[in-house]
Design a protein around this ligand. Structure first.
Ligand code: FMN
Length: 536
């Protein structure tokens, strides 16, 4: 039979790097495990992973490159997988049944590997910890209280989404469940209790604005993938900025057999194509490649310029924290400005709701962003950050977004402002099906023919999104009024551009039109605008 002292808490960490936040959480787990006579192990560590000294000096801690399948090869039944999809809740008697408690998480690799579901398939028995998302250290703490402390899960005192005060003026709402400490406060890593007020002061300022002049650019798309694509777009005198295709920290596993796009004629009248459907995920190239391309283009410029790059990224909230730091650091060395666009709206990722439809997920991303800005310190000049949103089709979906933005604004201090500089609306409309007489138009992870539609059929919805967002942002001007809207969706000519500007866009971005007409579409729109202005 297992004894309390032989308990091991295992966190699978597949990422070669360690964010500041994770390090603090791991330190908290190691210290508490030490005090409870238990062990704490990080497993599946990449060979290149550097264990921080503060962690390796704690005797309860061990670092393992092997996965839990190898560590417990001879007795898998002694390992309990903490799994939100498990049939049973964790109970005190599980302390007798299991020696090791495994936290799979969604870590490393891109697309992020859902280790919990991998481990579930490998036959590790699962237990649930309840419906509300916890930080990793909280999940381990709760598990320890149940299996070592013999407290039933529903008798643990919790604090959900607590408000954390930094000082008299500043507070933040944490988007997680915590254990309530004896002092009535949430138990969390030391850093949270010691966030220096000076760092958080940065957050009280209105974030830097996104400047795009002329107000025309490309949206994130496959025609902005390579160095040559980006050079061509940057050299085009009719655009005021360039957006990169969305990248992840480690690149996306692009499979041409299932990630595809095609153009079609939305009216199905045999006219030229004016729409697109795609089942793409993200760029196969990693963020680092894009920062390298942008640096090359910067070095090729003879003078400083206000025309910059919007670097589109995605990943989980921790990745976004790292992306921000990487891009903001790279920006210090460029001849033009950089901004970051967080793509929370790709409709083609299996088993993943686009995060911008969920208030909890939006809040987790915004919270990571605030942490990135706060912990970046005063030497890291702040860059504009935006969200790429999906097409919203109902008032409640807008409310979800606005509530998350207002919560982020309230986080800084009362009277604070949302840390975002812009919103790019919209991404493609997912789960569409376009069929041709001779079969499906494309292959897709969602099934033959399914994908996200853009171009002409998206245009009215995109105009509606831009106009509604502008109205809602302006109706809470103090907190959200500074957020600019980049309008995207079905702009194929100068008239579409004009409609988008009239709807309230600060600038207009084009994807399908770029795929159909090439970089020349920007000259067409620019010259059309000049002609119209000269007639006034
Ligand atoms: C083939 C294709 C790939 C795309 N890839 C991305 C992407 O990587 N990241 C992103 O934010 N949007 C992506 N989009 C969405 C576009 O940026 C844009 O939001 C959408 O297509 C609507 O604009 P449009 O009507 O001008 O195409 C993609 C669109 C297409 C057609």
């Amino acid at each position: 039979m297992a004894t309390a002292s032989s308990k091991t808490y295992i966190v699978e960490h597949l990422d070669p790097e360690l964010g500041t936040w994770s390090e603090l959480e791991y330190l908290a787990i190691a210290r508490e495990s030490q005090e409870a006579g238990a062990k704490f192990c990080l497993s599946s560590l990449p060979e290149t992973f550097k264990v921080p000294e503060a962690l390796s000096s704690i005797p309860s801690f061990t670092a393992e490159t092997r996965g839990v399948e190898d560590l417990y090869a001879s007795d898998k039944s002694r390992v309990c997988l903490l799994d939100p999809a498990a049939a049973k809740d964790l109970a005190p008697e599980d302390g007798e049944k299991f020696d090791a408690f495994l936290f799979g998480g969604i870590l490393g690799d891109d697309p992020p590997r859902d280790r919990t579901s991998e481990l579930r398939k490998k036959g590790f028995e699962g237990r649930r910890l309840g419906p509300i998302q916890m930080t990793t250290d909280t999940a381990v703490r709760v598990t320890r209280l149940v299996v070592q402390g013999k407290t039933p899960l529903n008798e643990i005192p919790y604090l959900d989404h607590p408000e954390l005060k930094f000082n008299k003026h500043e507070s933040t709402q944490m988007p997680f469940r915590y254990v309530k400490g004896q002092d009535g406060k949430p138990i969390m890593p030391e850093f949270c209790e010691n966030v220096p007020g000076k760092d958080m002061d940065i957050m009280e300022e209105v974030p830097p604005p996104l400047e795009i002049n002329p107000p025309l650019l490309n949206a994130a798309c496959p025609w902005a993938t390579t160095l040559d694509d980006l050079r061509r777009l940057y050299a085009c005198p009719w655009t005021g900025a360039v957006t990169t295709r969305t990248s992840l920290i480690h690149g996306f596993d692009h499979d041409p057999a299932k990630h595809q796009y095609t153009f079609f004629d939305a009216g199905q009248t045999g006219l030229a194509p004016n729409a697109s459907i795609n089942s793409f995920g993200y760029s196969p190239l990693a963020l680092e490649s894009y920062l390298g391309f942008i640096k090359t283009i910067s070095d090729e410029q003879s003078a400083r310029s206000s025309k910059g790059f919007i670097v589109s990224v995605t990943g989980d909230p921790e990745d976004i924290e790292r992306c921000y730091k990487l891009i903001a650091t790279a920006a210090q060395d460029m001849k033009f400005p950089l901004a970051m666009e967080i793509n929370l709206s790709c409709p083609n990722i299996p088993n993943r709701q686009p995060p911008a439809y969920s208030q909890d997920l939006l809040s987790a991303y915004l919270f990571s962003l605030q942490r990135a800005i706060a912990t970046g310190g005063v030497n890291l000049t702040r860059i504009p950050v935006g969200l790429k949103t999906p097409p919203y089709t109902h008032a409640t979906e807008y409310q979800t977004l606005i509530a998350a933005l207002e919560q982020a604004a309230a986080n800084t201090s009362s009277g604070g402002v949302c840390p975002l500089s812009f919103i790019t609306a919209t991404n493609t409309l997912g789960m569409c099906l376009v069929v041709a007489d001779d079969g499906d138009l494309l292959s897709s992870p969602a099934g033959p023919g399914f994908g996200g539609v853009a171009g002409a059929p998206l245009h009215p919805l995109a105009l509606g999104n831009v106009a509604m967002l502008r109205r809602l942002l302006d109706s809470n001007a103090a907190k959200l009024g500074h957020i600019r809207v980049v309008g995207v969706g079905g702009v194929l000519d100068e008239e579409g551009f004009r409609r988008m500007m009239r709807a309230g866009a600060h600038a207009v971005a084009v994807a399908t039109g770029l795929g159909l007409k090439g970089v020349g579409i920007f000259e067409e729109i620019g010259r059309g605008t000049e002609r119209r202005q000269s007639q006034i």
